[in-house]
Structure formats: structure tokens, C-alpha cells
Design a binder for this molecule. Structure first.
Ligand code: PEP
Ligand code: MN
Length: 342
């Protein structure tokens, strides 16, 4: 339920309504606007005595939230959420590009890649220290050693870092290194993990599950928000379809649909969608043209010898070229690509 307060409601009246709602067992999410304040009341609506609330001083009216994703949806919060990470804004006018290898393989390799993607204009550094591999025999990542390498690369380049957590037991550790915590496609409905990252204040990059509907994806975001963390960046990374020419099918339609349903920023991962470096450029440009707020792209110094996802990784020179090609597309849709490092 949304409680719309009247234009001249006082602070005390807003507090009283919030207090009453908490007494009734509701979680309250006040959104203080320039003109009006609205209070989102999340809980079992059968317990809401609507008459008692609507007759309180300062209350204008009560509007039900129809969608199941109460906090992630546009009904409660219309204006877009902009997430600030290390001086960059995700979800504003600027297109933010995250780039780096699928997995951190060695310090030397990672640092060199970091400097190259920075030079090409990437704003955020990606890298996996915990890899959710389809085979238990594949490289599983350097774990904490990988996180330390990432932190070192951040110190050297000034770029914020995004990295995945795959286990609730590692959330504390990953959050202590990462600037953005990634939840991978395979864990999109790992509700304990979502709750755990929801208890942190670090931004979360929430990838769409391999076979998740947009509603299931937004409900996953809702889990994180219900636990207290509203700093979520959605990431479309392709879904499983009957098509086998690409690793996944990039759901371009998800971008405008999510923009309509949610205030959260959305970026696209063309690398995991395509599974082939040759298509990464076209999908990247399509994503920006369709309204994505950014991209996350896999870059490797020597893709044929990469320990994971080599076939979909761009060499640094190709990545630099792609960054140049994206710029006019961004401009054409009224966005800028300027990256400001702290
Ligand atoms: C990754 O980013 O390397 C990754 C494993 O992605 P996804 O969860 O989208 O498959
Ligand atoms: Mn990968």
C-alpha cells in the first residue's frame, strides 16, 4: 500500500503514520519528494486497517501497490534510482562500462588488463574470484587471493571493482573487498544469498537467471530490497531459449520492459549473452540504443588461453575499438560516455 501524504503534511504527521504502520506490523519506506511525501507500507495487507490510516491527519489517500515487486517497482518510486560507485553514477545520463576478465588468473595478467581497459575508457573493473562453473573440474577461481589482486588493481587504477559471491559464507569477505557485489545468473533465486547481500550496504549487480522471467528477476531484486539494500543494478545477460547459435539469447526487450516496471538501473552483459566475441560489439550497441544504462564486457589479454570464457572475451584492442563505436550510439540516444575517475 502507498500512503500519499498531503502537500502540507508536517514531519510529525509523517512520523505518526509511520509509527502506526509499524505498530500494525508493516515495514515502512518513506519517499520524500520535492512536493509530496509518500510512505510505502509493505506487509500483510489483510492486517491494514485502511480506515484508521486514511483518517490520520496529513494523509491524502491510500493507493494499493498492484505489482508483487513493491519496492523494486515504479508504483512506489517513479524517479530512476542512480547508484554512485567511486565517483561514477549508474542509472544517470552517463553510460558506464565495466570490463575485465571472466576470472582473475594472476596478478600480472589482471593488472595489465585493468590498465588496458581503463585506457580504453572503462569505468569499473570486473573479475571473478569465485567462479560458478558448470563443471566441477573447471577452474573455480583464486578466491580470497583473487580479491586481493582486485583490490590492488583498484589502488593502482582508481577503478571500482565488481566481483561475484556464490556462497552466503563468503558474503562478508567479498563485501569487504568489492565495490559492487555480483550475484550471478545461477544464483538469482538463491534467496538466502539475496537476503545476505541485502543486509549489506554495497551495491549489488543482480544478473538475470538463465531461465528467469522478468517478474522473477524483479522479485529477486525485491528480496535484496526487503532486507534493506536498495542499491541494485540489474543485468540482462541472455536467457536460455531453443536457439543454439549463441550461448544464450539476449533479451533486448527486457531493457524497455524493465525500465517501465522498475526504477532500478539496468546494464547488459553481451559477452555471456553471445558466448562469442564476434557478436559482442553488435549486442553492445543494440543494448545502448535500447536504453541500457551500461555494459559489462569480458576482456582478456590472450583469449585462446583464458582459464574461463575465452571464446567470448575481447582482446584489449578490440575492446578499445568497441568503446569508440559505442560513443555515437550513446550520443544518438541522448546519453554520454564520459568517465570520471576519482
Ligand atoms: C560471469 O560474469 O563471469 C558469470 C559467470 O556470469 P553469469 O552469472 O551471467 O553466467
Ligand atoms: Mn564469464
Amino acid at each position: 500500500m502507498i500512503i500519499v501524504m498531503s502537500k502540507n503534511a508536517t514531519r510529525q504527521e509523517i512520523d505518526n503514520v509511520e509509527h502506526k504502520l509499524s505498530e500494525l506490523g508493516f515495514k515502512t519506506h518513506p519517499i520524500i519528494g520535492d512536493v509530496k511525501t509518500v510512505i510505502g507500507a509493505i506487509g500483510d495487507k489483510r492486517l491494514l486497517n485502511t480506515h484508521a490510516i486514511s483518517s490520520m491527519p496529513g494523509v491524502e489517500n491510500l493507493v494499493p501497490i498492484m505489482k508483487p515487486f513493491k519496492l523494486a517497482g515504479r508504483e512506489l518510486k517513479q524517479e530512476p534510482t542512480v547508484i554512485e560507485v567511486g565517483g561514477l553514477k549508474i542509472g544517470g545520463n552517463e553510460i558506464v562500462v565495466m570490463a575485465g576478465p571472466c576470472a582473475i588468473e594472476s596478478e600480472e595478467n589482471f593488472l595489465e588488463t585493468a590498465l588496458k581497459v581503463k585506457e580504453a575508457g572503462a569505468g569499473i573493473l570486473r573479475g571473478g574470484a569465485f567462479k560458478p562453473r558448470s563443471s566441477p573440474y573447471s577452474f573455480q577461481g583464486l578466491e580470497e587471493e583473487g580479491l586481493k589482486i582486485m583490490a590492488k588493481a583498484r589502488d593502482i587504477t582508481g577503478m571500482p571493482i565488481v566481483t561475484e559471491v556464490v556462497d552466503t559464507r563468503d558474503v562478508e569477505m567479498v563485501a569487504s573487498y568489492a565495490d559492487i557485489i555480483q550475484i550471478g545468473a545461477r544464483n538469482m533465486q538463491n534467496f538466502r544469498l539475496l537476503h545476505e547481500v541485502g543486509m549489506k550496504s554495497k551495491p549489488v549487480l543482480l544478473k538475470r537467471g538463465l531461465a528467469a522471467t522478468i517478474e522473477e528477476w524483479l522479485m529477486a531484486a525485491e528480496y535484496i530490497m526487503a532486507a534493506g539494500n536498495s542499491n541494485i543494478i540489474l543485468c540482462e545477460r541472455g536467457i536460455r531459449t531453443y536457439e543454439t547459435s549463441t550461448r544464450n539469447t539476449m533479451d533486448m526487450s527486457a531493457i524497455p520492459v524493465v525500465k517501465e516496471l522498475s526504477h532500478l538501473p539496468i546494464i547488459v552483459d553481451p559477452s555471456h549473452a553471445a558466448g562469442n566475441w564476434k557478436y559482442v560489439g553488435a549486442l553492445s550497441k543494440g543494448a545502448i540504443a535500447t536504453g541500457a544504462d551500461g555494459l559489462i564486457i569480458e576482456v582478456h589479454l590472450d583469449p585462446p588461453n583464458a582459464l574461463s570464457d575465452g571464446p567470448q572475451s575481447l582482446r584489449p584492442a578490440k575492446f578499445a575499438q568497441l568503446m569508440e563505436e559505442i560513443e555515437p550510439v550513446a550520443k544518438a540516444v541522448g546519453r554520454s560516455m564520459t568517465v570520471v575517475h576519482k
